[in-house]
Design a protein around this ligand. Structure first.
Ligand SMILES: Cc1cc2nc3c(=O)[nH]c(=O)nc-3n(C[C@H](O)[C@H](O)[C@H](O)COP(=O)(O)OP(=O)(O)OC[C@H]3O[C@@H](n4cnc5c(N)ncnc54)[C@H](O)[C@@H]3O)c2cc1C
Length: 285
């Protein structure tokens, strides 16, 4: 199928984008990598009158250290994250997760911000952003505001971003030497969307874990943190007994949702499998 006709503007500045969004409202769509948007236009799931291409906006590009944070601009591509030395050092779980996103051609164009704003519950970045405790920096005509990643994903494909706001990028607290992580994903074939996945990050001192984030994706309508399992493990020495208790807690607390090929019960089983693998991997580091 082909997209319905639309007007196209390559925006040159953030104020220009905000003015266009305010003028055209729901008739306009922002385009970053286009890897999701263009498919929805071609399938006529969405028929905007105006496409605002944001790919020239330098303010939304780049990966850098700003103060205590790693800044990842919304237009940074999946491939740039995969290869960035700063990300490897300060948010290494993102480098581990990136190769699981689709295939190289899509990773070369698709962006960090586009994936976060789209809010696909099966996508890797939303879960990772919560696991690394990221803060979304968004801008609208009223100014800038910050939203914790844990508050950003509110429902299926729905985020806390207002319709007239743009995601500028995210601030990620810098990982230190104590941080351990494990990225686990089960997919039918490499590059497919996950059947179930887990982004796990913790601080480790000896065998004691603290500041645990166990965030599952592709199991519910949004990425979901296993908060009971996190509190069970926090500030405890991890051993086989504690791992079994955390696995049971995660299975009990996460209300899994079936998809076209996997039942809710299968996903619930996988929640436990992934958490056990992640905890064992982090313990062994
Ligand atoms: C075959 C295929 C397989 C894929 N497999 C995976 C996968 O395994 N895992 C995965 O996570 N993704 C997968 N994707 C999606 C891919 O990662 C997309 O690149 C990503 O979801 C969207 O990023 P984008 O830059 O292309 O955004 P676009 O398609 O340009 O935009 C997506 C949405 O976000 C909005 N938007 C974009 N940037 C901003 C911004 N800065 N501020 C406000 N709104 C914005 C747009 O208006 C649009 O609504 C796949 C895509 C394809 C085509």
């Amino acid at each position: 199928m082909k997209a319905a006709a639309f007007d196209y503007i390559k925006a040159q500045s953030v104020p220009e984008v905000l003015a266009l969004m305010s003028e055209h409202g729901d008739d306009a769509r922002l385009m970053a990598g286009g890897q999701t948007l263009l498919a929805t236009l071609n399938m006529r799931l969405s028929e905007p009158q105006l496409l605002i291409d944001i790919t020239e906006l330098t303010e939304l590009k780049g990966i850098e250290i700003i103060g205590e944070h790693l800044w990842v601009g919304a237009l940074v591509t999946h491939t740039e994250i995969e290869n960035a030395a700063l990300v490897k050092k300060y948010a290494p779980i993102l480098c581990a997760a990136a190769p699981h996103i689709a295939h190289r051609a899509i990773r070369n164009l698709g962006t960090w911000g586009g994936s976060l704003v789209y809010g696909d519950p099966a996508a890797e970045w939303p879960a990772c952003s919560i696991a690394v405790n990221a803060t979304m920096v968004v801008r609208g005509l009223q100014g800038e505001r910050r939203i914790l990643a844990s508050d950003f994903f509110v429902d299926l494909y729905t985020t806390a971003l207002a319709p007239d706001e743009i995601l500028m990028g995210t601030e990620i607290p810098l990982a230190n030497a104590k941080q351990v992580f494990s990225f686990q994903e089960l997919a039918r074939r490499h590059g497919d969307y996950a059947v179930a996945g887990l982004a796990a990050v913790a601080k480790k001192t000896g065998q004691v874990f603290s500041d645990c984030h166990f965030v599952f994706f592709s199991v519910a309508t949004t990425p979901v943190a296993a908060v009971q399992a996190q509190s069970l493990v926090n500030d405890q020495a991890v051993n086989a007994e504690l791992i079994a208790a955390a696995v049971a807690a995660a299975r009990a607390e996460i209300e899994t949702m079936e998809d076209i090929t996997n039942s809710a019960a299968a996903k619930s089983h996988l929640v436990g499998v992934l958490l056990e693998r992640a905890l064992k991997k982090m313990l062994a580091e």
